[in-house]
Design a binder for this molecule. Structure first.
Ligand SMILES: *Cc1c(COP(=O)(O)O)cnc(C)c1O
Length: 390
């Protein structure tokens, strides 16, 4: 008999009733150190006092009004994002998938309005993840996500991640955009090679294509900058944001330059919930906290500390681990064992991590994790690895 919850997930037999900072608690009181953060969502940890206060204050006042009306909380969130980034304008969504949908629509509409309706192609990368809608699975490609779902949305060309020559070969006069995660999350914390984004920017400019960055997982302070592309010193045209920006409340945003967004006039896109007061009040608070340079400096310091400890861990368990990957607090352990086995061994040590492709286990702790908790995490990882180190 089919379970009452549609069985589309492989769930661990864990269930939490409370969270505080980097810790999650089960009904029997057992505590787990959380290096998953709901997959980079709880960027400020669980039950952050400022977010709880913001949410409850807003909940007592106004939850939802339609985008038929002005929404001051949405305006505030958009203003903050514009003030802190390359963006001139922002569309607020409820999820990362919805940002992929809008990014695709925005790029095609841009060229359509410029008198180039033939420019509909979008170049994406192997190992990518952009969400689960029909458009987003077509964008990412990959049999695991697309098999059985019938004709896919046309227009996507998939090239190997980080392969500039392959992008050059794939770009044509019909190309509307290139879409890439600066650091692939689901793909296994794979960072684009040094200089790759800069070269892509140049290629896009030469070919007349927009550069779309999917920062749903690597954005919002995760790498130690507000957005990962800032490490590369480039200006994107469109950036997709979600996960961390709501701190646990469903929220996403598409950031764009005035030029890239020029096709999106009244009536061309919309969302019932997207940008409602409850989500935007929380999102504005999250942006306010994370965009603070002192906060980001701490992410960098703690990321370096964590990485250094992980290098030691790898040296201690060369049969379990191959290398550490990532930037800031977006870290990955490339394993020589099955990642699922390490994740499971972590559960036994009351430590939560998340498996990814490319034989990698992701470490995405709350950005508020303390030095002591990093030390504790490495101790538990060491114990977990020891059980696999045979
Ligand atoms: C999670 C994720 C998405 C999809 O976000 P949802 O909120 O699950 O729809 C898109 N892109 C990247 C890079 C992601 O990590």
């Amino acid at each position: 008999m089919i379970p009452s919850v549609l069985p589309t997930y492989n769930r661990a037999p864990l269930s939490f009733i409370m969270g505080e900072g980097a810790w999650l608690t089960e009904a029997d009181g057992s505590r787990y150190l959380d290096l998953g953060s709901g997959i980079a969502v709880n960027a400020l940890g669980h039950a952050h006092p400022d977010l709880v206060a913001t949410l409850t204050e807003q909940a007592g006042r106004l939850w939802h009004v339609s985008n038929v009306y002005m929404i001051p909380e949405q305006q505030r969130l958009a203003d903050l994002l514009v003030a802190h980034t390359f963006a001139d304008t922002v569309f607020v969504t409820n999820s990362g998938t919805e940002t992929a949908e809008l990014a695709i629509k925005m790029a095609r509409k841009y060229w359509y309005d410029k008198g180039h309706p033939e420019k509909i192609g979008i170049i994406t990368f192997e190992g990518a993840f952009h969400g689960r809608s029909t458009g987003a699975i077509a964008a990412a490609g990959g049999e695991k996500m697309t098999k059985g779902y019938g004709p896919l949305m046309p227009g996507f060309t998939h090239v190997p991640f980080g392969d500039l020559e392959a992008v050059k070969a794939a770009i044509t006069p019909q190309t509307a955009a290139v879409m890439i995660e600066p650091i692939q999350g689901e793909g296994g914390i794979r960072t684009a090679p040094e200089g790759f984004l800069k070269a892509l920017r140049k290629l896009c400019d030469e070919a007349g294509a927009l550069l779309i960055l999917d920062e749903v997982q690597c954005g919002m302070g995760r790498t130690g900058k507000l957005f990962a592309f800032e490490w590369d010193g480039i200006q994107p045209d469109i950036v997709m944001v979600a996960k961390g920006i709501g701190g646990g409340f469903p929220l996403g945003a598409v950031l764009a330059t005035e030029e890239a967004a020029s096709g999106m006039t009244a009536g061309t896109h919309g969302s019932t919930y997207g940008g409602n007061p409850l989500a935007c009040a929380v999102g504005a608070k999250v942006v306010e906290i994370i965009a603070n340079p002192d906060f980001l400096a701490e992410v960098n310091r703690k990321g370096a500390l964590f990485r250094q400890r992980l290098e030691g861990l790898i040296a201690a368990h060369p049969k379990v681990f191959e290398e550490v990957r990532g930037t800031g607090l977006m870290l990955g352990l490339k394993c020589r064992v099955a990642p699922a086995d390490l994740v499971k061994a972590g559960y036994a040590q009351h430590l939560l991590t998340v498996a990814a492709s490319d034989n990698t286990v992701r470490l995405l702790p709350p950005l508020t994790i303390t030095d002591e908790e990093i030390t504790e995490a490495v101790t538990r990882l060491d114990r977990a690895a020891a059980t696999l180190d045979v």
